[in-house]
Write a protein that binds this ligand. Structure first.
Ligand code: ATP
Ligand code: MG
Length: 295
């Protein structure tokens, strides 16, 4: 895969949300950024946390369908037919699009692609019990091609300006497509030692992968749900200068909101959200200052 390949992805700007550790405020932040951008733009969300998807919980929109991104990624069809084609195959009848849910935000809706099957409250990769299938999902370029096509189709079918991808946490090839086919990456962390250590490991891994693929990405560091009295902008700048192993394009601080500690569904309270300056700032940063609505 070369940079042309990635550049041709979709007309939409793609922003990935990732973290080394779980519970880093990734999904809540994605929902809030979606909210901010959807006031002006057409925004689609992809829950690519295919082992433990949770966007539907943040948006409070019921359970996802069984047919989902996983099905699309593991389709039996031989993709080699499409390798050299510029033409996007017509997947508009594919179940993955029919079954997507729609998130209501004021004045508009955000189409959403579900992460997958729910079993006992945890999303499991359907292929896991089958070693052969697992091999096919986890390795090789098939996953990349399929994800690439999924994004292009999503952007085209839904006429999207932005696609926000909720990636899985940790480090794995399974999550790489979400970090490959995007314009910028926001890396979430809480302020504990393990989060900072893990974020460094993630950045090392991601940067060397980008180098080997000949790609460059804007990377934003987003300390999230931090105590603003302890983790000030100065503290973060010192961390970036002295402890962070790789350069980042920018930082955006999301302070801990008292209201969120007892309420997971930040998205519900629209009036409060309009006032959420940190998320508005983050949306502004990630969107490349392309005009997030003021006020
Ligand atoms: N700014 C904030 N202030 C206070 N609590 C927050 C904030 N952002 C997120 N939280 C809370 O932290 C918890 C984890 O947030 P979230 O689900 O967004 O993290 P995540 O990184 O997506 O986790 P997972 O790895 O489980 O998907 C949630 O209970 C959420 O309400
Ligand atoms: Mg999440």
């Amino acid at each position: 895969m070369g940079s042309d390949d990635a550049g041709s992805v979709p007309s939409a700007k793609i922003i990935s949300f990732v973290s080394f550790k779980g519970g880093s405020g990734r999904s809540v932040s994605l929902a809030n950024v979606a909210f901010q951008l959807a006031k002006t733009y057409r925004v689609g969300c992809v829950d690519f946390d295919i082992e433990a998807g949770g966007l539907h919980k943040v948006f409070d929109i019921g359970e996802p369908d069984r047919d989902s991104i996983q099905q699309f990624l593991m389709d039996e069809e031989d993709l080699s037919n499409y390798l050299d084609e510029e033409v996007i195959p017509d997947y508009t009848d594919e179940e993955v699009f029919q079954k997507r849910l729609v998130i209501d935000v004021p004045n508009t809706t955000c189409p959403w692609i579900s992460p997958g099957d729910i079993q006992g409250g945890l999303f499991l990769i359907q292929a896991l019990p089958d070693a052969d299938m697992t091999y096919r999902v986890d390795t090789g370029m098939n996953l990349f091609w399929r994800f690439h096509k999924l994004l292009r189709l999503f952007a085209k079918v839904e006429s999207l300006d932005f696609i926000l991808i909720d990636c899985r946490s940790g480090i794995s090839n399974l999550g790489l497509p979400g970090l490959a086919y995007c314009h910028c990456v926001s890396v979430f962390l809480k302020w504990g030692k393990q989060h900072r250590y893990g974020t460094n490991r993630f950045l090392d891994w991601y940067s060397s992968w980008l180098d080997s693929a000949g790609l460059e990405r804007d990377i934003y560091l987003v300390p999230s749900a931090v105590d603003p009295k302890i983790v000030t902008t100065k503290v973060i700048q010192d961390f970036v200068a002295n402890e962070l192993s790789e350069d980042v394009t920018g930082i955006s601080l999301i302070p801990r909101e008292a209201s969120l500690e007892s309420d997971d569904f930040v998205f519900c309270d629209v009036d409060t959200l309009r006032q959420q300056k940190p998320y508005k700032d983050l949306a502004h940063l990630l969107a490349g200052n392309s005009g997030v609505e003021e006020g």
